[in-house]
Ligand binder design. Structure first.
Ligand code: AMP
Ligand code: ZN
Length: 472
């Protein structure tokens, strides 16, 4: 098929035409969450933008198979091989077993994804399911001479590669040779950049998850998980590998080193990295500042899809700063847009030439390295276009396959006598809350509830028959 999409490739540092190994098919891999805590909205920025990438590829006609791991073992707090095991840290914090923590936060992650209209990948595989595959790959690397055993652990020998720092420019490579000076030194390593493939000499006495291996009882390193899980489900050639920019080094660098050494050929052609969401103090994290989750945004009255719009309004390769002020602006932009779309009459025939013209514009925006903000501009162009309502509505519905913002929610709610059951329950609960506030003479709270509903497009009126509400 015609290769329409261009993507920035971290490997070549250029925007390139995307050409998959197999015509019309895409093998796509995403680094999944480490399930020791809730995902913060920064993590979810990465998953939102990867979701748009996947849906764009499907929208233009590719048959995409997407695989994601769940990291439930082996990820230490430093991303390199030092620090505490993140899962163990979570288990200690909550006095639960590692597997209980993994199950709870895996579910929480997919609940958040659902609220953000992020599609679940075709295959989701927890690392703890693939211990045999990890052992096979580590054995292969030892046989081929790319790995060595020291102090009981198995390490990858980076000195065996001509170019280990594949993502870096020449000058950066020179700087990176001494890169690990800042982290505690592991004297077993032959070279500073070497990394653990299999731990047997656990630093953690109470490491819960351990498996038998030819090198003794132990557990896999984090990097080997993604290489194996990708190969298990997508074979030896990967078209796109995604993650946040913090994954470039060391995680993705190590994945390439071990995968290509093991298979003896190039592995993945395109590397797609999403820049970070920051707060005022810098990179968003789970330990600094306010721990921003989807649930917290909901508690504050924000629709998660407003956060999705916030992400789509900026390019995935630009750092994005989060603030409630900008999110408030998004609320009003989203409500206005939905209301305008809600006024379109769902009747008549589609005007085919106009439909194709705007669909082409929309595809061109996304095909240009996933330019989501330009794609959103096309919605406004459609609303102003010289054509009937049906054409506009169907265009916007079609775009929403990729944008996933529930843009025609008013039409869908009309079909359900106004609002869906969840929204109706929410409105009724708010009305009850307001009644209680008024009884307590807390008029400020009562007014705040009225304003909150109005922001969601619901007006309430006090009548002699009681409180009534309507969509505005
Ligand atoms: P983790 O659960 O820590 O393994 O991270 C899950 C994903 O979120 C990875 O792809 C990270 O690269 C990405 N990520 C981590 N922090 C941020 C951030 N502040 N903004 C965007 N993506 C992030
Ligand atoms: Zn990974």
């Amino acid at each position: 098929m015609e290769n329409k999409v261009s993507l920035f490739n971290t490997l070549t540092r250029k925007v390139e035409k995307f050409v998959p190994y197999e015509d019309g098919k895409v093998a796509m891999y995403t680094c999944g969450p480490t399930v020791y805590h809730f995902a913060h909205i920064g993590n979810l920025r990465s998953y939102i933008m990867e979701d748009v990438l996947e849906k764009t590829l499907r929208y233009v006609g590719y048959d995409v198979k997407r695989v994601m791991n769940i990291t439930d073992v082996g990820h230490l707090t430093s991303d390199a091989d030092t620090g505490e095991d993140k899962m163990l840290k979570g288990a200690k914090r909550e006095h639960k077993t590692v597997m209980e923590i993994a199950a709870y936060y895996t579910d929480a992650f997919f609940d958040d994804c659902k609220k953000l209209n992020i599609k679940t990948p075709d295959v989701v595989e927890p690392a703890t399911n693939c211990i045999d595959e990890f052992i096979t790959m580590v054995s292969g690397l030892l046989e081929k001479g790319f790995a060595y055993i020291a102090g009981g652990n198995v390490y990858f020998d980076t000195s065996k590669l001509e170019d280990y720092y594949v993502f870096s420019s020449i000058s950066e490579k020179e700087l990176m040779v001494g890169v690990r000076d800042d982290v505690e030194e592991d004297t077993n390593k032959k070279n500073k950049a070497d990394f653990v493939l299999w731990f047997t000499k656990s630093k953690f006495d109470n490491q819960e998850l351990k498996w038998d291996s030819p090198w003794g009882v132990g557990y896999p390193g984090w990097h080997i998980e993604c290489s194996c899980i990708s190969m298990k489900h997508l074979g030896e050639h990967l078209d796109i590998h995604c993650g946040g920019v913090d994954n470039i080094f060391p995680h993705h660098t190590n994945e390439i080193a071990q995968s290509e050494s093991y298979m003896g050929h190039k592995w993945c052609n395109y590397w797609f990295h999403v820049q970070h969401l920051n707060d005022k103090s810098g990179k968003m994290s789970k330990s600094n500042g306010e721990f921003l989750t989807v649930s917290l945004l909901e508690e504050k009255g924000y629709d998660p899809l407003v956060y999705r719009l916030f992400c789509l309004q900026s390019h995935y390769r630009k750092p994005l700063e989060f603030s409630y002020e900008i999110l408030d602006n998004m609320v009003s932009a989203y409500n206005k847009l939905v209301k305008k779309i809600g006024e379109l009459k769902d009747e008549g025939e589609i005007e085919k030439t106009v439909f194709d013209e705007y669909k082409d514009k929309f595809v061109a925006a996304l095909a240009n390295d996933i330019n989501t903000s330009s794609a959103i501009t096309v919605i406004y162009d459609v609303l102003r276009a010289d054509c009937n309502d049906k054409t506009k509505l169907e265009l916007i519905r079609s775009f929403d396959y990729v944008l996933s913002l529930n843009l025609d929610r008013m039409q869908r709610e009309d079909e359900n006598n106004g609002v869906d059951a969840e929204m109706e329950a929410f409105i009724l609960a708010k009305i009850e809350e307001r009644k209680a506030a008024k009884k307590e003479k807390d008029f400020a709270k009562a007014d705040a509830i009225r304003a909150e509903l109005l922001e969601k497009g619901v007006a309430i009126k006090d009548t002699r028959e009681g409180v009534v509400w309507e969509l505005v």
